[in-house]
Design a protein around this ligand. Structure first.
Ligand SMILES: N[C@@H](CCC(=O)N[C@@H](CS)C(=O)NCC(=O)O)C(=O)O
Length: 258
């Protein structure tokens, strides 16, 4: 009944896999390889014209965008509830989602590309790279700015600052509560940000929440859930591919003040 077009190490895919696992839903796993450009094939662009994963197909319905998919799943499979039963609670949930989409989600791309993804593009000829850039409907300009050697220190520093801000804001909620919206199980808001925090840990940036014990405890709590193991299987982390990642201890670079 549910088919998820996704990629093992895409954080947007991991958000949805967490929700599917929390709800114990059966689904068909269609993995698309970024290296083979399967997310840019004409067949996939038919169902997701942005050429990004994930996309959910539910019977005859095509649902794009990870946060939209999470909310959709919570509506069509309401148990266990991963939202709130009140309009105010749902507003609080959506405020977290919009904040994560605006701040943490784009920020995590910078260290991800600089430390891991750019390697594949660095090895290409410049013609081949230009071809890859132009094939991307949504991220063309992002790849263009990255180039074949990655983003500069200033852009990376701003991204890390945004992730630090995200952790600080989460700490405000998690100092008192086990989960962002309270309650005794993760909500969609927790599933939205958890893969981003896990990616940052995987890239060696766990220092970003070293002064946020609530965030550290929340991550440890999440990592004990069955949904976590179902989502972050072997191959789902960048360090499964590049073993040099965890050996580098990193610190927040000093930013040039604006
Ligand atoms: N807003 C979209 C963004 C999806 C997105 O950016 N997906 C990334 C993986 S996390 C992707 O497919 N990237 C393909 C590429 O970089 O070519 C969502 O949340 O689903």
């Amino acid at each position: 009944m549910f088919t998820l077009y996704n990629n093992e190490y895409s954080t947007c895919s991991q958000k949805v896999r967490l929700v599917l696992a929390e709800k114990n839903l059966a689904w068909t796993d269609v993995q698309l390889s970024f290296a083979k450009g399967e997310h840019l094939s004409p067949e996939y662009l038919e169902i997701n014209p942005s050429g990004v994963v994930p996309t959910l197909v539910h019977d005859e319905w095509i649902i794009p965008d990870s946060s939209v998919i999470m909310e959709y799943l919570d509506e069509v499979a309401p148990q266990p509830a991963m939202s709130s039963s009140t309009p105010q609670g749902r507003a609080e949930l959506r405020a977290w989602l919009r904040y994560f989409e605006e701040v943490a989600t784009p920020a995590v791309r910078y260290p991800s590309f600089n430390q891991a993804f750019v390697r594949r593009f660095a090895a290409m000829s410049s013609d081949e790279f230009t071809c890859q850039v132009n094939a991307r409907p949504l991220r063309k300009r992002f790849y263009e700015r990255m180039g074949q050697s990655g983003f500069d220190e200033r852009e990376l520093g701003i991204a890390l600052e945004n992730i630090a801000q995200t952790c600080k804001r989460m700490e405000g909620a998690l100092r008192e509560n086990d989960w962002l919206l309270g309650g005794d199980r993760p909500s969609i808001a927790d599933c939205c940000v958890a893969p981003l925090i896990d990616r940052m840990a995987d890239l060696g940036h766990a220092y970003l929440w070293s002064d946020a014990p609530g965030v550290a405890a929340w991550l440890a709590r999440f990592r004990e859930r069955n949904s976590w193991n179902a989502t972050f299987y072997e191959g789902a982390r960048m360090s499964d591919r590049f073993d040099d990642l965890l050996s580098t201890r990193r610190t927040l670079p000093e930013l040039v003040s604006c």
